[in-house]
Design a binder for this molecule. Structure first.
Ligand SMILES: *[C@@H]1O[C@H](CO)[C@@H](O)[C@H](O)[C@H]1NC(C)=O
Ligand SMILES: *[C@@H]1O[C@H](CO)[C@@H](O)[C@H](O)[C@H]1NC(C)=O
Ligand SMILES: *[C@@H]1O[C@H](CO)[C@@H](O)[C@H](O)[C@H]1NC(C)=O
Length: 409
């Protein structure tokens, strides 16, 4: 009999996750689930010594939070515990789990295709691990009701599955910093509860698919650092709640769609390092929540419209490496919150505008233009300015004495 015991035990151990609640009346599902889950990974710093399988309840185990009425696990947070190995099926036993957070570990292997099947799961954070392989179709296909999903900073490859659109309860999706390739499935725009979408730092190619205007809840979009081509969609500006847009470091081209002028809540517009062309549109002045406007490293030409002076919330303005001509408009004296401008490597002419030193600037970079005349700086008490770069222009005359009171320079 004693020789049989280990055999019986391992038989049970194998079956445990599969047995129904009624078959194991005396045992706690959650304890079983976690013990089976733990058997699939290594815990090199013994963070989980409190996880004792003889306990009747797991509610005092490290990283575990239970509902005080039902004593069922509702939260599992094991972030930054240096755990490595698989995220196994034991978790599927946790029928009341609402939040699963395993970020900053070294979990590897493929994504568990059944994870989002858990009815009660609302929040899943698996970011900063070493998960690899492609995202299985069933992963999104079995999606019940998660609101937040982050798989950021793993090694997931292949395409974004086209059935990602099934996860219609998602309010935040973060797939940033993986190896996802191919073009974005059009169905991604059917996630119309999304408020935040981050697909930055992948190797996505092709055009941004049509239909983005369906995303009427979207507040924040990042497609930064991919290989996306084509124009910004004409209907982009119909996502009227957008506050933050980052499509920098792609291969996007063409003129900016005029619908962008509708984005009156947008405070962060990052279009740098693409191949956008044309004039900086006059309607830019309608985007009057803008705090950061970055059009650097593109092929914009012509002169900056006076309407830029309407952007009174503007703090940072970055236009380096374009083909802008003429001088900076006087209207910019109205941008009282501006503290960082970079217009280096353009074709600007004329004098240094007087308003530049009247605003509370910390950084002024105008190098590599065709600015001329003498540099005049109005007298100031104490200045917060830290960087002034006027190199590679055609200035003449003396270096102004006022520089000597710029103590932060
Ligand atoms: C993560 O796990 C892999 C094997 O899966 C191992 O080679 C690597 O050293 C681990 N990294 C850390 C930081 O523990
Ligand atoms: C996505 O996840 C990365 C890594 O955890 C994080 O740095 C980034 O801020 C997240 N994006 C959003 C929009 O929260
Ligand atoms: C200098 O400081 C005085 C007193 O704080 C203030 O009234 C004046 O406006 C300041 N001048 C400038 C040029 O900032």
């Amino acid at each position: 009999m004693s020789t049989l015991l280990p055999l019986i035990f391992s038989f049970f151990y194998f079956l445990l996750p599969l047995l129904s609640r009624s078959a194991l009346l005396t045992l706690n599902d959650d304890v079983l689930g976690l013990i089976v889950f733990k058997a699939d990974f290594k815990d090199p710093y013994s963070k989980l010594v409190s996880w004792n399988e003889d306990d009747e309840s797991p509610c005092n185990w490290l990283g575990v939070k239970c509902d005080t009425d039902t004593n069922k696990i509702v939260e599992l947070a094991l972030d930054g515990f240096s755990l490595s190995g698989k995220i196994g099926r034991g978790l599927l036993q946790l029928q009341s789990l609402r939040s699963l957070s395993l970020s900053r570990n070294n979990f590897s292997g493929e994504l568990n295709a059944d994870l989002l099947r858990l009815d009660s799961l609302r929040r899943v954070d698996l970011s900063d691990n070493s998960l690899s392989g492609s995202i299985p179709d069933e992963f999104f296909g079995q999606c019940r009701s998660p609101r937040f999903l982050s798989l950021a900073n793993n090694k997931l490859s292949g395409e974004v599955p086209s059935n990602v659109g099934y996860c219609s309860t998602l309010a935040a999706l973060n797939l940033s910093s993986n190896l996802l390739s191919g073009s974005l499935p059009r169905k991604i725009w059917s996630l119309n509860a999304l408020r935040s979408l981050d697909l930055s730092d992948n190797i996505l190619t092709g055009d941004i698919p049509a239909g983005i205007s369906l995303m009427f809840n979207l507040r924040s979009l990042s497609l930064r650092r991919n290989r996306l081509t084509g124009n910004l969609p004409e209907d982009f500006g119909f996502c009227s709640l957008l506050k933050s847009i980052d499509v920098g470091e792609n291969l996007l081209s063409g003129n900016l769609p005029s619908s962008l002028q509708r984005l009156s809540l947008c405070n962060y517009l990052q279009l740098d390092s693409n191949s956008f062309t044309g004039r900086v549109p006059t309607w830019i002045g309608d985007m009057n929540s803008l705090q950061v406007l970055d059009l650097s490293n593109n092929q914009f030409s012509g002169w900056l419209p006076n309407s830029i002076g309407n952007l009174q919330a503007l703090e940072k303005l970055n236009f380096y490496e374009n083909g802008l001509t003429r001088s900076l408009p006087e209207s910019m004296a109205n941008c009282k919150n501006l503290w960082d401008i970079d217009f280096s490597h353009n074709l600007l002419t004329g004098n240094v505008p007087s308003w530049l030193f009247e605003l509370e600037m910390r950084k002024i970079v105008l190098s590599g233009n065709k600015l001329s005349g003498s540099i005049r700086i109005p007298s100031m008490n104490s200045s917060s300015i830290m960087v002034i770069d006027l190199s590679s222009n055609a200035f003449s005359g003396n270096i102004p004495l006022e520089i000597s009171v710029m103590h932060s320079l």
